[in-house]
Design a protein around this ligand. Structure first.
Ligand code: ADP
Length: 482
């Protein structure tokens, strides 16, 4: 099959969260499975310096954007004969310090930036000489791709309709803009209605994709069910129920080439399920790096996260307040909401021997925390898939998660299955429930045989992309995934 993925983030070129990880890994896995794959993404500041060998494509873009014309160049990078990245080079839109905004605020012209991006991708879908059969859009930033292609399909003379797939990585981010921004699409007004782009008088980019794509996927089976309910549907549950027959939940995979515990350039010491000495050394190294007391026998909890309400930050802060009297340590790497950043900094000031906090985005440190931690905290309010719990499983950091979305689909609690238990799960969204789980973790830490059993299960869990790539191929062909 010939597939064009469209995404505003692709690891390792750009990433603010799981979207970048997923698209980078899915592209590689599809190509590895024998498909022809292209990935379209913006050329952000810094990419050209990081990636030598970009080739200018003889496909200059000159597209209408409302009342003006905007030009762009396309630069390509062949990662293999069957995997090409296409970077959309429009410096006034994408050459900025952030992907979507700066200092906690969104760029005011994000409608223009990503409507243009969607148009550029739709143009490539039509004009690339290898003629993609499927255009696979990800999240609101490329949500208009299905509708732009559907519109083309209806135009006379275009004989090879491309199938479209829309993946929802997080329904809470929909790309809502004032109605007048719809003019930037240059589409006829017929699409601006209840069944298309319109949402309570606003323009909704993700809704456009959900309404028009041939198939819709989201990143875990449980989240696929959850988003059809008012509680998780963010106002789109009615539409999602209507499209239920075309909606599939496919759990994300992990790129184990990147997330590996041996010969990992980010880790000082290699380790494995059978040889945990390296993990213990990584723990001592991280304690030293973060300025915490260096001691092998203090249980170490870790968290690497966007500091957003979704991630259950208030629960973590509350439960830690209660638990930090015990002998334990907590390390956080994160950035986001300035109020949460401050709350964590304050916590570290009040508990210098227990808590270490780094505010920022640091790929290397995220690996070192997963490798060092005994336990990993992820008490999300909702979680479409979540990748960090899967990384922590592989790195032997027992995940403590709330049973929602992909967290529920990927972590096994003792109560679910004692033989295969690899984590600690709780249901109620409150501080007491998380504090209770932390107490369970401390008890587990005091029972080395049981802890070893958990670790063995955790590190053996297999979320490789090879296991899921067929499900996407099936969905592209509109049959049930495995
Ligand atoms: P989400 O996409 O909702 O942010 P996921 O768990 O699916 O959550 O994916 C988060 C990804 O972003 C992981 O690869 C995680 O390691 C990474 N990440 C999040 N915050 C940071 C940070 N401050 N520094 C480095 N990596 C981070």
């Amino acid at each position: 099959m010939k597939i064009l993925l469209v995404s505003s983030e692709v690891n390792p070129y750009s990433k603010t969260g799981g979207l970048g990880d997923m698209v980078g890994a899915l592209g590689k896995a599809l190509a590895h499975a024998g498909h022809r794959v292209g990935i379209v993404t913006p050329l952000y500041a810094g990419i050209r310096e990081k990636v030598p060998g970009l080739q200018k494509l003889a496909l200059p873009l000159d597209l209408p954007l409302g009342s003006r014309q905007v030009t762009a160049e396309v630069w390509s990078l062949d990662l293999s004969p069957s995997l090409t990245i296409y970077f959309i080079d429009q410096p006034s839109f994408y050459f900025r310090p952030g992907l979507y905004g700066e200092r906690g605020g969104e760029y005011p012209d994000n409608a223009e930036r990503f409507i243009f991006f969607s148009k550029a991708a739709a143009r490539l879908a039509i004009d690339l000489p290898w003629q993609p059969e499927v255009a696979h859009a990800h999240d609101w930033q490329s949500g208009l791709v299905p509708i732009l292609l559907q519109h083309q399909r209806l135009q006379a003379g275009w004989q090879s309709p491309i199938r479209t797939c829309m993946t929802i990585h997080n329904l809470a981010y929909q790309g809502l803009f004032p109605a007048w921004d719809y003019a930037l699409t240059n589409l006829p007004s017929d699409y601006f209605n209840l069944n298309g782009v319109e949402f309570y008088g606003l323009m909704n980019c993700l809704k456009a994709g959900i309404a028009c794509a041939d198939v819709i996927t989201t990143v875990s089976p449980r989240y696929a069910r959850e988003i059809t309910t008012p509680e998780f549907g963010c106002g789109l549950d009615g539409l999602l129920r209507k499209r239920q027959d075309s909606l599939f939940g496919i759990l994300n995979g992990v790129d184990y080439e990147e997330w590996r515990t041996s010969r990992n350039p980010f880790l000082k010491h290699s380790f494995s399920g059978n040889n945990l000495a390296g993990k213990a050394k990584n723990k001592l190294a991280l304690q030293a790096e973060m300025g915490l007391p260096v001691a092998a026998d203090i249980p170490l909890f870790g968290s690497v996260t966007r500091l957003a309400d979704q991630k259950g930050i208030e629960l973590t802060l509350g439960a830690l307040e209660e638990m930090l009297e015990r002998r334990m340590q907590f390390v956080l790497l994160g950035s986001g909401d300035p109020a949460f950043e401050k709350a964590y900094r304050d916590l570290a000031v009040r508990h210098p021997d227990r808590v270490a906090v780094r505010i920022g985005f640091d790929a290397g440190l995220s690996h070192r925390i997963e490798a060092a931690a005994d336990f990993y905290l992820m008490p999300s309010k909702f979680e479409p898939c979540g990748l960090n719990q899967m990384y922590s499983l592989r790195y032997g950091a027992i995940p403590i998660v709330r049973a929602t979305g992909g967290l529920d689909d990927s972590v096994i609690d003792l109560a679910d299955d004692p033989e295969h238990a690899n984590g600690i799960k709780f249901s109620d969204y409150n501080t007491a429930a998380l504090a209770k789980s932390i107490r369970k973790a401390l008890a587990l830490y005091g029972a080395p045989d049981l802890l070893r059993h958990y670790r063995r299960n955790a590190m053996a869990a297999d979320f490789s992309w090879e296991r899921v790539v067929d499900s996407y191929a099936k969905v592209y062909g509109a049959s049930q995934p495995a």
